[in-house]
Design a protein around this ligand. Structure first.
Ligand SMILES: Cc1cc2nc3c(=O)[nH]c(=O)nc-3n(C[C@H](O)[C@H](O)[C@H](O)COP(=O)(O)OP(=O)(O)OC[C@H]3O[C@@H](n4cnc5c(N)ncnc54)[C@H](O)[C@@H]3O)c2cc1C
Ligand code: FES
Length: 262
């Protein structure tokens, strides 16, 4: 059950280059949301841009009725969002989509995050920590300045292993390259992945080879956000058949072994 409501901006601040953290007062959405879901945000009060923009649910505080987003400015919609001030009102639809499958309490799990892909995984790790799971986060970014959410993951009790493309912090290289040097993820009940498509594709292949179940969060351009316009379809292999699935309604989270990558 999703809601459409006017949410008051309670906080908005830059946290990394072109990256903003925003808190919205949206108690109904915070109450219903589960990790992996997203909200569809109207970034402007005018007709430009006309379409809402999908942004993952980064965190919720149910007692305070707060919904937190973490987003990177890449175009007009996200730029307008970054310019919002405390007290402004934003129309938000959500929570939308299908979230992550949670493991049994106490399980050992891995989380692989690249760049802004860390955004939805903070809510997930918060939930996993509540379930007393043992969590290792493989966290990557272009460089140290662009590394996101490392402090939050540590605070939630996760082990955090860092990779940066330029070696300015942690392992020098990509998240999949770093994971190849670690064995912990091979013994997990589930590995959750969110990041650039190339990274998710590579890790999905590694998980399949190691026979580890995984879930990935897919991103596609969206229209309606609720399953009606079919603008967000991806190819999913299921029981030997390839079918079109809608990222907004059937995902954004999909089993890693079912995704047919371009
Ligand atoms: C389910 C879901 C969750 C998301 N969660 C987050 C999040 O938590 N934080 C965040 O920063 N971003 C997230 N995104 C991406 C975000 O929706 C886009 O960056 C945003 O819509 C861009 O809007 P814009 O008007 O700023 O840019 P536009 O002008 O629309 O586009 C700018 C550039 O970004 C590309 N782009 C735009 N949207 C997408 C998309 N959906 N997939 C791939 N490329 C795209 C365009 O091709 C173009 O090159 C998510 C996307 C989806 C589908
Ligand atoms: S955005 Fe319309 S069906 Fe997914």
């Amino acid at each position: 059950m999703s809601k459409v409501l006017d949410a008051k901006v309670m906080a908005v601040l830059p946290v990394a280059p072109e990256t903003y953290y925003m808190e919205l007062e949206a108690p109904e959405i915070a109450r219903l949301a589960v990790p992996g879901q997203f909200v569809h945000v109207r970034c402007s009060n005018s007709q430009d841009p006309l379409l809402r923009r999908p942004i993952s649910i980064h965190m919720v505080s149910r007692p305070k009725g707060i919904l937190a987003l973490l987003f990177r400015v890449v175009g007009k919609g996200t730029e307008l969002l970054a310019q919002k001030q405390i007290g402004d009102v934003i129309n938000v639809m959500g929570p939308l989509g299908r979230g992550f499958t949670l493991p049994l309490p106490g399980s050992r799990v891995a989380v692989a995050a690249g760049g802004i892909g860390a955004a939805p995984l903070v809510f997930l790790v918060q939930e996993l920590a509540n379930m007393k799971c043992q969590v290792t986060v493989y966290l990557g970014a272009r460089d140290k300045k662009n590394l996101l959410c490392d402090g939050q993951f540590v605070q939630m009790g996760a082990e955090v292993v860092i990779a940066t493309d330029d070696g300015s912090l942690g392992f020098k290289g990509t998240v999949p390259e770093m994971m190849r040097r670690h064995n912990d993820w091979r013994r997990t009940a589930m590995t959750y992945v969110c990041g650039p498509k190339g990274m998710m594709k590579e890790i999905s292949a590694m998980l399949a080879e190691a026979d580890v179940p995984g879930e990935v969060t897919l991103e596609e351009h969206m229209g309606c956000g609720v399953g009606a316009c079919l603008s967000c379809t991806v190819k999913i292999a299921h029981h030997g058949q390839i079918t079109n699935k809608r990222v907004c309604a059937d995902g954004p989270v999909f089993p890693s072994w079912q995704v047919v990558w371009d």
